[in-house]
Write a protein that binds this ligand. Structure first.
Ligand code: GUN
Length: 293
């Protein structure tokens, strides 16, 4: 049986350290880090994610501002709102919650956020700097996965890491990060996606499998080599009448099928999810300290 990677516990531990640092900053007369979140419309999942980010800010002594806009806001007006945050020296980090309404080009929005405030790490400059190994904001979920691997002292150098999914937010940056010459890195990386043939065969060669494809319980025991490390980034809402909320959160890995076969596994929930917010807080603290830019 595998060891369960307790993302909730690691996240709580990291939160305490961040909260302490903020306390010391404020005691020394510096201002608290300030995160701004822009939410357009009222997508249910986005509402929950943004509410959790604001709550984390409160817990850790950060300032936060939530800017809500009607889904009918024009692209030009939204870009102007982003620019206002760029120009406000009191605001350290800005996230624009995705997805955006169809008439707004998310790439335009991401490129309008100043790279020094792009604590989501979605701006092409941050992605490019990350790929080159230069100081950069690294997107929150991949950073959370790196921190989990580090916390559990899971050896990565020389291992074959198979990433499933090529999203801009997770799969692509994850694949770049795992091959870097870095304490958590130095893997031989295979990036697989929806057009990959023989997916099960390739996955089952992975010493580390990172599933980020967004299909609930897709990864079965047949995809996994005995003793592999399995990281489940999936988080899909599926209807579940037995839950008060009416839905359950499912990962990309069929946990009950896979867990007996691997060495380490992240559950859903309480695996990678809690780490994502901590990474965002970490990036916002870096932004407030001006460490990266
Ligand atoms: N939508 C889903 N995940 C994310 C995220 O990490 N950041 C933002 N801004 N939007 C998201």
């Amino acid at each position: 049986m595998s060891q369960i990677i307790d993302g909730k516990m690691v996240a709580e531990t990291m939160k305490v350290a961040i909260g302490e640092e903020v306390k010391q900053m404020v005691a020394a007369g510096q201002k608290a880090p300030h995160l701004v979140a822009i939410l357009v419309g009222n997508n249910g999942a986005s509402e929950t994610y943004v509410a959790n980010k604001v709550k984390s800010c409160e817990e850790l002594g950060f300032a936060s501002t939530l800017l809500r806009f009607d889904p009918s806001i024009s692209e030009a007006d939204l870009l102007a709102e982003v620019q206002k945050v760029n120009d406000n020296p009191d605001m350290d980090g800005l996230i624009v919650q995705l997805p955006l309404p169809k008439h707004i080009n998310p790439d335009k929005v991401m490129e309008t956020i100043h790279p020094s405030k792009d604590v989501d790490g979605f701006h092409p400059i941050n992605i490019g700097r990350m790929a080159k190994g230069l100081p950069a904001y690294i997107s929150a979920t991949p950073q959370g996965v790196l921190d989990l691997l580090a916390y559990y002292k899971i050896e990565t150098a020389g291992k074959h890491c198979v990433v499933v999914g090529r999203s801009q937010i997770v799969g692509l940056p994850m694949s770049i990060l795992m091959q870097r010459n870095h304490p958590v890195g130095n893997c031989t990386v295979t990036l697989t996606h929806s057009r990959t043939t023989n997916l099960a065969e390739i996955c089952s060669q992975g010493d580390i499998v990172i599933a980020a494809l967004g299909i609930p319980e897709f990864i079965k025991a047949a995809h996994i080599k005995p003793g592999a490390v399995v990281i489940d980034v999936g988080l899909t809402r599926v209807e579940d009448a037995t839950k008060k909320s009416g839905f359950a959160l499912k990962g990309d890995v069929d946990f009950d099928d896979v867990a007996p076969k691997c060495s380490y596994i992240t559950p859903v929930p309480k695996g990678v999810g809690p780490m994502t917010i901590v990474s965002l807080m970490k990036n916002t603290l870096l932004a407030a300290k001006g460490v990266i830019y």
